[in-house]
Design a protein around this ligand. Sequence first.
Ligand code: BMA
Length: 321
Amino acid sequence: MTATQHRTFPWEERPAGEHDVLWRSRHNPIIQPRQVPCANSIFNSALVPFRDGYAGVFRVDDRVRNMRLHRGFSKDGVKWNIEKEPLTFKNSDPDAAPFQYGYDPRVCTIEGRHYVTWCNGYHGPTIGVGWTDDFEEFHQLENAFLPYNRNGVLFPRKINGRYAMLSRPSDTSHTPFGDIFYSESPDLCFWGRHRHVMSPIGGQWDATKIGAGPVPIETEDGWLLIYHGVLTSCSGFVYAFGAALLDLDEPWKVRARARPYLMSPKENYERCGDVPNVVFPCAALVDRETGRLAIYYGAADTVVGLAYGHLGEVLDFVKAT
Ligand code: BMA
């Protein structure tokens, strides 16, 4: 048996009477700030299968309100040990932009190497890129783009021979706009061939801005993109998330986009926290044998929640609307 066969996939059956495409874990919030002594909040965070369990990069805002990234490990994807100290990146070029702060990380495994993208500071927010093979030593590469940019999300394989990333050009503040773009790179250093992917849709749940969520999931129907969308209400932003299908070979072409959201803040831990009314997905796991899907999301900029669904049902939902 390989190590992979021992890995437990996080899963709970759909509760009786639940009709939504996704349902929440009864253990939510699965990660709380008290798990790290210096933490004010632990939220928008990402993870991947690693050895016989899972490893992740967690957004920990400390009690000075520094935004830091911490490593974490789990056997079952539900109970997590998050390290007390922030992780650090080795940076071989002294002139390259260093790690200034880290928020909203994503982790993407490409050809066995784990890449971390995050929102890094460099005269404003932009996309930091790093990698690790073992979750011990982390190496930093060049920032992918000029400021201002957020929500840099890599695809899990090269497309037409090049690395591919989604991102969301933004501003220095709470950005009242935002479209998703696609960019390619031969080497994860030089990025270009930028293509527009999709825009907010006026008057709907994703009216103000949108940004890629977890690493896109490859399916026969295209890349399943789970993305967050923001509505501006009388009392501020409401962050929900939905789904779209992107063309497998030309992912800037949107093949389908569900009109209802998949999930919007509903539970107390999503509605109340440092920033109320936020669900912000940064990672998803798929069990290819069973089609089970587990989505990890930050809730109210304070905790991490876990939601489940069936990949086939999510695809039907996207294709039906
Ligand atoms: C975005 C990011 C996220 C955060 C969200 C809601 O601009 O900063 O980290 O979850 O706002 O505050």
